[in-house]
Design a protein around this ligand. Structure first.
Ligand SMILES: *[C@@H]1O[C@H](CO)[C@@H](O)[C@H](O)[C@H]1NC(C)=O
Ligand SMILES: *[C@@H]1O[C@H](CO)[C@@H](O)[C@H](O)[C@H]1NC(C)=O
Ligand SMILES: *[C@@H]1O[C@H](CO)[C@@H](O)[C@H](O)[C@H]1NC(C)=O
Ligand SMILES: *[C@@H]1O[C@H](CO)[C@@H](O)[C@H](O)[C@H]1NC(C)=O
Ligand SMILES: *[C@@H]1O[C@H](CO)[C@@H](O)[C@H](O)[C@H]1NC(C)=O
Ligand SMILES: *[C@@H]1O[C@H](CO)[C@@H](O)[C@H](O)[C@H]1NC(C)=O
Ligand SMILES: *[C@@H]1O[C@H](CO)[C@@H](O)[C@H](O)[C@H]1NC(C)=O
Length: 543
């Protein structure tokens, strides 16, 4: 006991600038493991230190979080701290192809960051669709004094799980054969990495009279979830790391990448147990295989109490679009508009006969040289979008510019869009037909989120201020849609990056091992020397 106090004190003295801060250091061997989380299918997953699922990570505001990641896989990997702004540490944002080359097999990289935000986050691979194979965990950042009081907290990671490796799913979706790419495949629901068809194995244990903070994190690679507990109300108090004024709901939607905290007050007696619903709505494949997959679990007060199963109070009463009505506890006025970035979202068969998704008809493919490396090594040309490559779809932003992004989802599916490095203010939502009845405008202090879900044939207008120099990815968090090209980058304040960012030697070493150049434009050449750049595929006419 004493020695642990001493080592804690030493860590404080040696590592942190501030007297209150501590050093949370994780040493992770990232490796393949066999697991059977739903009792139906043994498969290869990605775990750490011989275990899967990964441990939850808890930090306090002001801490330093250090993750030593050692890649024991047969391909590259990376770790992204989803929702952390990485202010001054863009090179630890973990987006492979954007802020690093990835961690080479048999190599290591240390992610090091100051914990500057509180709330519910998660850590996941940002290399291809790897996190769908299990390389993800909850990251909870505690405030010295939380806004709301509660007796206990429970993290619930909700996830659509596949019996096949993510690579197979990506290959299927990108097949040139329409028959193959539209063949239905249905996920199974996992809660905290367990479940499957029979969520009665998944229990949320509550004690009478207590108030719980449930931290819901949708860690799916696809699909939407609807979550509710029979005959229990939920008070929303946080979305994506932003504390909110209380909004009481029965059953809500949550999309891949999003987090919501709710307070739930337990019943006064342990006379009965209740059913919770965590239904998946899958809509990954355009036009086919849509399904509502009902999944249920048990809120258990007592192992011997009877189960009340009524389906009461679980009708969806809080949809994605209703986040615009939330009021943040910290009241910040929205930025204005200096730069307007319209983005149209399409799904189409492109001229390579594959189905891609695209912003403004450009389907993303990572450049050879990560965009951050290009920004730091091309001098004044870092200001020209072309140096980052056509297919990264870059938008260059000036320091402290107020950016308004208008997202027009012309697709028949909803999409959850995630911005790295920032959260954004949700200003307006509406439908593409501009029906005024469907227009929702924010109040005086708009809610801020880092992931926004836009329903089919709908739009949203969001704003952020460019106060965080770096290259920040913006993409659909249905990870397979990112693989199909629904991504782009914001290159924020390229001329200021040199002053605040230094690429760690280990970043360059990893690039070297994989034969990736560490300077120059998207193709590793100087200036605008990209004449033979492959720009396609392009959408076939008639989108
Ligand atoms: C990684 O190291 C192991 C053990 O030294 C070796 O067997 C394996 O081939 C290496 N893998 C790669 C991709 O270099
Ligand atoms: C999680 O998000 C995915 C993708 O947006 C969605 O299909 C799924 O239903 C969500 N799950 C929950 C529990 O909201
Ligand atoms: C749930 O529904 C039941 C039956 O309609 C009702 O009696 C009860 O008050 C409701 N509970 C909540 C928490 O809304
Ligand atoms: C609740 O009842 C429904 C309908 O009878 C049944 O399908 C479901 O499995 C029950 N849920 C639990 C958790 O027992
Ligand atoms: C995308 O392509 C379609 C069909 O060619 C065209 O109608 C649309 O205007 C294009 N959108 C953008 C933003 O270029
Ligand atoms: C950043 O610094 C490097 C090394 O000093 C230099 O080569 C590069 O041109 C600079 N980039 C910008 C955008 O100023
Ligand atoms: C980043 O840090 C700077 C300097 O402290 C601050 O002005 C800015 O608001 C921060 N931006 C974000 C997104 O945290």
């Amino acid at each position: 006991m004493l020695s642990s106090l001493v080592s804690r004190a030493l860590a404080v003295a040696l590592v942190c600038g501030s007297a209150l801060c501590k050093h949370v250091e994780l040493d992770w061997n990232i490796e393949y493991i066999q697991a059977n989380p739903d009792g139906m299918n043994q498969r290869r997953v990605i775990g750490v230190n011989g275990k899967w699922p990964l441990p939850e990570v808890h930090v306090d505001l002001g801490d330093k979080l250090v993750i030593h990641a050692h890649n024991k896989l047969d391909e590259a990997t990376s770790l992204h701290t989803h929702g952390f702004f990485q202010n001054g540490t863009n090179h630890y944002d973990g987006a492979a192809g954007v802020t690093e080359c990835g961690i080479a097999p048999n190599s290591s990289y240390t992610y090091e960051m100051n914990v500057q935000q509180t709330g519910t986050y998660w850590i996941h691979s940002h290399y291809k669709a790897q996190f769908v194979d299990g390389l993800r965990t909850a990251l909870i950042s505690h405030a010295p004094r939380e806004v709301y009081q509660y007796d206990d907290e429970i993290t619930l990671m909700l996830e659509a799980w596949y019996h096949r490796p993510s690579e197979d799913v990506t290959d299927q979706l990108l097949s040139t054969s329409e028959r193959i790419r539209t063949a239905p495949f249905l996920p199974y629901m996992l809660i905290n990495s367990a479940g499957g068809r029979d969520l009665s194995k998944t229990k949320i244990k509550m004690e009478p009279g207590k108030t719980y903070r449930l931290r819901l994190i949708n860690v799916s690679g696809t699909g939407m979830v609807r979550f509710g507990i029979e005959d229990h109300k939920m008070s929303i108090i946080e979305v994506d790391g932003v504390d909110t004024e209380i909004k009481v709901v029965n059953c809500m939607q949550l999309s891949a990448g999003q987090r919501v905290s709710v307070l739930v007050t337990a019943k006064e007696s342990a006379a009965a147990n209740y059913v919770f619903h965590a239904d998946i709505f899958t809509d990954i494949q355009s036009g086919v295989a849509r399904a509502d997959l009902p999944f249920q679990g048990i809120v258990e007060y007592s192992a011997s109490a009877p189960l009340l199963n009524t389906t009461a109070n679980t009708t969806l009463d809080w949809e994605f679009s209703q986040d615009i009505d939330l009021v943040p506890v910290e009241k910040l006025a929205a930025p204005g508009v200096h730069k307007w970035v319209p983005l149209e979202v399409h799904t189409a068969v492109f001229d390579d006969r594959r189905e891609h998704l695209a912003f403004n008809n450009r389907t993303y493919e990572p450049p050879t040289v990560p965009s951050l490396v290009t920004a730091l090594t091309t001098g004044y040309q870092a200001y020209y979008p072309d140096v980052y490559g056509f297919k990264t779809n870059p938008v260059i932003i000036d320091p402290l510019e107020d950016v308004e992004v208008a997202l027009f989802n012309l697709d028949v599916n909803s999409h959850p869009f995630h911005l790295h490095g920032h959260n954004f203010y949700i200003m307006v939502r509406g439908t593409i037909d501009r029906n005024p009845k469907n227009r929702l405008a924010a109040g005086k202090y708009p809610i801020r989120r880092d992931t926004i879900t836009i329903p089919p044939k709908s739009y949203a207008i969001v704003r952020f201020r460019a106060d965080n120099p770096g290259v920040w990815m913006f993409h659909c968090h249905m990870q397979f849609h990112q693989e199909q090209g629904l991504a782009m980058v914001f290159v924020e304040a390229p001329f200021l990056m040199n002053a605040t960012l230094t690429l760690p030697a280990a970043l360059k070493q990893n690039c070297d091992i994989m034969g990736i150049p560490t300077q120059g434009n998207a193709m590793g050449r100087s200036g605008l020397d990209l004449p033979d750049e492959h720009r396609g595929p392009f959408p076939l006419a008639g989108l």
